[in-house]
Ligand binder design. Structure first.
Ligand SMILES: Nc1ncnc2c1ncn2[C@@H]1O[C@H](COP(=O)(O)OP(=O)(O)O)[C@@H](O)[C@H]1O
Ligand SMILES: [Mg+2]
Length: 324
C-alpha cells in the first residue's frame, strides 16, 4: 500500500486532462477520448472525481484504478457478453471498439437503498410502492436485500440533463430500443451483476447496485461498454458488518466513493449552494480507498504507474504505435 503522505504529495500532479496529438478530443466528467482509425477510440481515464454533477477534485491513481479495474471486470465477464476492450496501451488508457451507445442507463439493484431522487429507498420512503414498475410490499427496511436483483432503467441525461426513470416496458414502448435487443441487454445485465456479486462476495464486499452501459458494435452485436463495477459506477458495502448493522438499523459501511458525499454532508453540503472546500487529507484518503478496492476485488497488488501521467502516456502510445 502506498503511504498516505506520498498520495497527498501527488495531489498537484493528478491527471486533470489530456492534450494528446490525436483527432477529435472529447471529454465527459471523468474520461477524455480521441478517434482512432478503423472504428476504434482511445479512452483515457483521468483522475477527475465527480459527484453532485460537478468535478470536485483530482485524485491520484483514480484514473489508473478505474481503467485497470474495468478492464479486469471486462475480462471476468467476457464469457457472458462481448465488450469494447481492444487493448490497454497504458495504465490510464484503453483502446476500445467505438459502439453506438444505447440510450438507456441500465441500473441493476440488489438492495433497497439510496437517497437521491432516482434511488429505490428514496422513492419508497416517500410512500411509493410501485417503483420502476415493480410492486414493493409494506414494511421494508432501508438497505434490505431484495428477493432478486432488479433492473431500474433511466434515460441517459447527458452532461447536464437529468436522468428520467423508466420501467422496463417503457424502454421499448418509448422506442428507445427494440424488444429483442432490450431482452438481450437485460439478460446480460443480470448475469454480469450476478457474477459481480459472486466475485465481490469472495473479496469481502457486497455489490449493492451498479450502472451498465451497452452499445451496438459495428457488426450489429450488443457489447458492454464504458466501465464495469468500479467504485464510480457501483455501490459496495463491507460484507462482514452488513448483517449486524442492518439489524441494528444502522447504515452499512460503504466501500465506494460515498464517503466523499458523506464528508460534504457533514459540512452541511448536499448539492446546492456554495460548495465547501475540503482538506487534502480527504483526497489522499480517496486515493487510498480506490487503490484498496482495486486490490480487494482483483486480488492483485496495485502497480502504481509513473507521474506525471501525460508524459508517460505519450511515451506508451508511441511505443504501441497509436501515435507515430
Ligand atoms: N465503446 C464505446 N463506444 C462509444 N462510446 C463509449 C464507449 N465506451 C464509453 N463510451 C462513452 O464515453 C463516455 C465516457 O466518459 P465519461 O467521462 O465516463 O462520461 P460521463 O460524464 O457521461 O459519465 C461516456 O459518454 C460513455 O457513454
Ligand atoms: Mg461515465
Amino acid at each position: 500500500m502506498i503511504p498516505k503522505d506520498k498520495l497527498a504529495n501527488l495531489l498537484p500532479q493528478a491527471l486533470n486532462e489530456t492534450n494528446l496529438p490525436l483527432l477529435n478530443r472529447q471529454s465527459g466528467k471523468v474520461r477524455d477520448w480521441y478517434d482512432l482509425p478503423d472504428g476504434q477510440r482511445l479512452i483515457v481515464t483521468t483522475d477527475r472525481l465527480s459527484a453532485f454533477d460537478m468535478i470536485l477534485a483530482r485524485v491520484p491513481y483514480k484514473g489508473q484504478v478505474l481503467n485497470q479495474l474495468s478492464a479486469w471486470w471486462f475480462e471476468q465477464t467476457r464469457d457472458i457478453i462481448p465488450n469494447h476492450i481492444v487493448s490497454l496501451p497504458d495504465p490510464n488508457a484503453s483502446i476500445v471498439r467505438t459502439a453506438e451507445p444505447i440510450l438507456v442507463e441500465v441500473i441493476v439493484r440488489g438492495y433497497i437503498t439510496g437517497v437521491t431522487s432516482t434511488a429505490l429507498w428514496y422513492r419508497y420512503s416517500l410512500g411509493e410502492r410501485d417503483i420502476y414498475g415493480y410492486q414493493f410490499p409494506e414494511g421494508l427496511k432501508k438497505n434490505a436485500l431484495l428477493p432478486e436483483p432488479i433492473i431500474t432503467p433511466t434515460t441517459k441525461g447527458g452532461a447536464t440533463g437529468h436522468d428520467e426513470r423508466l420501467t422496463c416496458s417503457e424502454v421499448v414502448e418509448k422506442g428507445l430500443l427494440d424488444a429483442k435487443t432490450w431482452d438481450q441487454v437485460q439478460s446480460a445485465a443480470l448475469a454480469v451483476f450476478k457474477r459481480g456479486q459472486e466475485v465481490a462476495g469472495k473479496a469481502g464486499l457486497v455489490l449493492v447496485d451498479t450502472k451498465y452501459e451497452f452499445g451496438i458494435a459495428a457488426d450489429g452485436s450488443v457489447a458492454l461498454i464504458d466501465e464495469v463495477h468500479t467504485p464510480d459506477s457501483s455501490r459496495f458495502w463491507k460484507a462482514d458488518s452488513y448483517e449486524a448493522r442492518f439489524s441494528a438499523g444502522e447504515d452499512p459501511e460503504n466501500f465506494d466513493k460515498e464517503f466523499v458525499r458523506i464528508a460534504y454532508a457533514e459540512k452541511g453540503y448536499r448539492g446546492d449552494g456554495e460548495i465547501p472546500s475540503m482538506p487534502d487529507e480527504l483526497w489522499a484518503s480517496a486515493s487510498e480507498r480506490y487503490i484498496q478496492i482495486y486490490e480487494m476485488l482483483t486480488g492483485k497488488t496495485f502497480e502504481a504507474g509513473g507521474y506525471p501521467v501525460e508524459e508517460r502516456l505519450l511515451a506508451n502510445l508511441k511505443k504501441s504505435g497509436v501515435i507515430s
